[in-house]
Design a protein around this ligand. Structure first.
Ligand SMILES: CCCCCCCCCCCCC/C=C/C(=O)SCCNC(=O)CCNC(=O)[C@H](O)C(C)(C)COP(=O)(O)OP(=O)(O)OC[C@H]1O[C@@H](n2cnc3c(N)ncnc32)[C@H](O)[C@@H]1OP(=O)(O)O
Length: 331
C-alpha cells in the first residue's frame, strides 16, 4: 500500500519548483514530468490518435497540441523565429510562441496528479517544504507579458487555471493537504476540494483577492460558503481575512491542527495508517461523496475562471499588482 507524495516549495510561489522532499517507505514518489503531454512518446501517441479521427481536426488543433507539447517539455518558446518563407515551421513557431510564458509549475502539478491518479498509490498528499506551504500565484506572472499580449495571456491563463482546478475536481483518490506553514491564494481556495486537511498551529490561511483586484477561484465561491456559511466565507473571500489554523479548523476548512513541535510526526503516522486501508474502497467512497456535485463544481470553476480573465485585465487588478511591486521596490 502506498501513498503518492509530492510537495510544493514552501518559500517559493506555487508556480516555482515542485520538489520531492523525501523517500518515505510506504510512500510512492512522484516527480512530475511536465504538462499535459509529458513525453515524446505521449506526443507521438496523441499525434497518432489524431490520424485515427474520421475528420481531420484541422491545422489549428494540430498546431495547438504541438504548441502545448513544446511549452510543457521546453517551457516558453526559445527557438529562433523561422523565415517567413518557411511556412510550416513558422506556423509551428507562432503557435508555440503564442502561449507566452504559461507558468510550467501548474503544468507540473497537473502531471503529478495525473500520474498519482493512475498508479498503485492509495492516497495523495500535497505539502510544502520549509517554513511555508505556498505563497499562491507568482505575481510576477503579471509583469512578464510575452509577444502574445496581455489579452491573449489573460485568456491563456484562464484556460490554464480551469484545467488546473479541474484536475482537483476529477481527482479519484483521497487527496490530503499537509499545511506546514502560511498558505496564500489559490493554495488556500483549492483546499475546499481536498478530502482532509491537516495543519500545524503555525499555519495561516489568506486569500487576498479583493485587495489584489481579483476574485475567488478553486471552486471556493461555492465550497467555502458550503463549508463555513456565507458570511464567514465572505470574510475570507471578499474581505481578505487571514485565518489562523485554529480558526480554519473551527470553520471546517481544516480537519485537525497539531502543535508545530509534533506536527510532522503525528500527521505522517496518521497518513501511513490511512495508506494501509483498502485503496479501492477509499477511492469508490470518495467518488460517491464527491460525485454528486462534480458537474456543479466544473460549472463553478468555469464561471470563476471567466471572471478572473476579466479581473486580470481590470484597472483594479493592474493597480493592485503595481502597488505590490512598488512596495517591494521601496523596501
Ligand atoms: C494580465 C495577465 C494575467 C496573468 C495572470 C497569470 C495567472 C496564472 C494563472 C493561475 C492564476 C491562479 C489564481 C491565483 C491567485 C492567487 O494565488 S492570489 C495570491 C497571490 N499571492 C500573494 O498575494 C502572496 C503575497 N505574499 C504574502 O502574503 C507573503 O509574502 C508571504 C507569502 C506570506 C510570505 O511573507 P513573509 O515571510 O513576510 O515574506 P515577504 O517579505 O512578504 O516575501 C518574501 C519575498 O517574496 C515575495 N513574494 C511573496 N509572495 C509572492 C508572490 N505570490 N508573488 C511574487 N512575489 C512574492 C515578496 O514580494 C518578497 O520579495 P522581496 O521583497 O523581493 O524579498
Amino acid at each position: 500500500m502506498a501513498a503518492a507524495f509530492f510537495t510544493l516549495p514552501g518559500r517559493w510561489r506555487l508556480v516555482k519548483t515542485l520538489r520531492v522532499v523525501q523517500n518515505l517507505p510506504a510512500v510512492k514518489l512522484h516527480l512530475s514530468g511536465v504538462a499535459m503531454i509529458a513525453t515524446e512518446a505521449e506526443f507521438e501517441k496523441a499525434k497518432n490518435k489524431l490520424k485515427t479521427l474520421k475528420n481531420d481536426p484541422g491545422n489549428e488543433v494540430k498546431l495547438r497540441i504541438y504548441a502545448l507539447f513544446k511549452q510543457a517539455t521546453e517551457g516558453p518558446c526559445n527557438s529562433p523565429k523561422p523565415s517567413m518563407l518557411d511556412f510550416v515551421n513558422k506556423a509551428k513557431w507562432d503557435a508555440w510562441n503564442s502561449l507566452g510564458k504559461i507558468p510550467k509549475m501548474y503544468e507540473e502539478i497537473m502531471k503529478a496528479l495525473e500520474q498519482a491518479a493512475k498508479d498503485d498509490s492509495t492516497l495523495t498528499v500535497m505539502t510544502g517544504s520549509g517554513d511555508y506551504y505556498c505563497s499562491g500565484n507568482d505575481l510576477s506572472n503579471f509583469t512578464d507579458i510575452g509577444p502574445e499580449g496581455v489579452e491573449q495571456k489573460s485568456k491563456n491563463s484562464g484556460e490554464l487555471l480551469k484545467r488546473y482546478v479541474s484536475h482537483y475536481i476529477d481527482f479519484p483518490k483521497p487527496l490530503i493537504g499537509v499545511i506546514n506553514g502560511p498558505a496564500v491564494g489559490v493554495a488556500v481556495t483549492i483546499l475546499g476540494l481536498f478530502d482532509a486537511v491537516y495543519a500545524t498551529d503555525k499555519a495561516t490561511f489568506h486569500a487576498p483577492f479583493s485587495q489584489l483586484g481579483q476574485s475567488p477561484e478553486g471552486c471556493s465561491s461555492y465550497t467555502f460558503p458550503k463549508i463555513m456559511g456565507t458570511s464567514k466565507a465572505n470574510e475570507i473571500l471578499l474581505f481578505n481575512k487571514k485565518l489562523t489554523a485554529a480558526q480554519a479548523c473551527e470553520l471546517g476548512l481544516v480537519t485537525e491542527v497539531f502543535p508545530d513541535s509534533t506536527f510532522q510526526k503525528e500527521v505522517w503516522k496518521k497518513l501511513h495508517a490511512y495508506a494501509k486501508l483498502p485503496k479501492n474502497s477509499l477511492a469508490f467512497s470518495k467518488q460517491l461523496i464527491r460525485g454528486v456535485e462534480k458537474e456543479k463544481l466544473h460549472a463553478v470553476n468555469a464561471q470563476e475562471c471567466e471572471r478572473l480573465v476579466e479581473r486580470w485585465l481590470s484597472e483594479e487588478c493592474m493597480n493592485a499588482i503595481m502597488g505590490f511591486f512598488e512596495k517591494k521596490s521601496k523596501l
